[in-house]
Write a protein that binds this ligand. Sequence first.
Ligand SMILES: [Zn+2]
Length: 353
Amino acid sequence: MLVCALATVAGAQIDPRTALVERAAWAALNAGKARAAADAFREAIAADPKNARLHLGAGMAASLERRDADARDAFERALALDPKLTQARTLLGQIQYRMGDVQGAMRTYETLLDLAPDDREARATLDRWRRELDLHDRMQQAVGSHFTVSFEGPAEAELAAEALQILDRAYWRIGQLLGSYPSDPIKVVLYTTEQFRDITRSPSWAAGAYDGTIRVPMRGALDKRDELDRVLSHEFTHALVRSLAARGVPAWLNEGLATALESGDLKWAEARMEHVVSTVPLRALQNGFGRFTGEQAQIAYAASALAARRLLEEAGGPAITNLLRDLGEGIDFETAFLHRIQRSFADFQTTVF
Ligand SMILES: [Zn+2]
């Protein structure tokens, strides 16, 4: 995420102390310290409640912490105070989209483009959302007890029914392993390969995506049921992790669990890691893998899967579930790990590979 430096102090009426708090808030945000930034913006807003940019900053801090509803409200407050604050409008649209409100996001971007017609990136995003909405309007749905599978035409109906069965099996199998069963229905969309690339903008090696909705390109899925099973189980695990912790989960743990639980067989990962000369520090796999090349991604997934399997064997699924819940509540990783896994993360890392 791009964080603009808006550290200049607006308005002469602000007292010096509030100006200092505001400066500290932007500095914390730029350093990625979301919690400290949120606290500082809250304090600054108490002293200067009509300052639109403080609400913008509060929204950015909330967004970083994945408190999406708080972020949306803060951006809306910023815009009520200053409708020309386009950065708040851009971020409001993105958060609405992330919350699944595609229509709201589109309305926000339409207003944005009325005010800033030359914003090419905004126009491209709006066009992409429009294509997504058109496609989803055309789609049919197969509804199960825990999943809703959307698909385009009658030709995919058989595949959607198959997907529902596979997802239900994954729900019980993986739910039992981790001792947790998501209660809200999970949305799943089956795409053609082209639709999938267009809507998710995933790297070419991606076989599925999860952003609150499970999105899967079908490819030749009907011919390769094992592959469909693997991909859906993987993405379901992400949905389960999200139901336990909406934030704070390192990528290696999230992808590692999804990869270790998609099928029982990790021989490919062991073989892959044998050819890796240096050790892969898990700390380097903190953020998403979307930026990696295919080769790098393979190593990242293999290392993460082996680490997650080790964790499952050593501590068990319920301990991992507790660790995830702690992370979702904002407890820092090292503390939560030590408490739930009963050893330090540094110590755990030395024994993985
Ligand atoms: Zn994944």
